[in-house]
Write a protein that binds this ligand. Structure first.
Ligand code: AMP
Ligand code: ZN
Length: 114
């Protein structure tokens, strides 16, 4: 989608520190990390928010989650625990309207989140 920051990262129009990529999923480092590990895991397809997901996106979003879990294992931080977070909507702190999961690890993660 035009004027979407993450679509521009997908199209390599804006640089990002890409950690993993396949046909459908992209993972890159958050530019403003809040934990020692702070990755953004996104579908390449533009979906604005979780509530904009269609039934046909179910497999894709499963692949997004599986990618996050596999990376956590492969990068060695799964054992210490990690958090996969989606902020849905402005009220929950979603600033970029291209669906994404924050993959956080590397420090104690308190609960409940703020
Ligand atoms: P959210 O507030 O859930 O929409 O998260 C958006 C995230 O995108 C924030 O954690 C930002 O630090 C991050 N972000 C914004 N611009 C970029 C960028 N150009 N490259 C990487 N991460 C970004
Ligand atoms: Zn987009």
């Amino acid at each position: 989608m035009q004027d979407c920051l993450f679509c521009k990262i997908v199209k390599k129009e804006i640089p990002a520190d890409i950690v993993y990529e396949n046909e459908r999923v992209l993972v890159f480092k958050d530019i403003n990390p809040i934990a020692p590990v702070h990755l953004l895991v996104i579908p390449k397809k533009h979906i604005s928010t979780l509530t904009d997901m269609d039934k046909e996106d179910t497999l894709l979003m499963g692949q997004v989650q599986l990618t996050a879990a596999r990376l956590a294992v492969e990068m060695g931080f799964a054992e210490g625990g990690f958090r996969l977070v989606n902020n849905c909507g402005r009220g929950a702190g979603q600033l970029v309207m291209h669906i994404h999961y924050h993959l956080l690890a590397g420090r104690p993660l308190s609960w409940p989140p703020g």
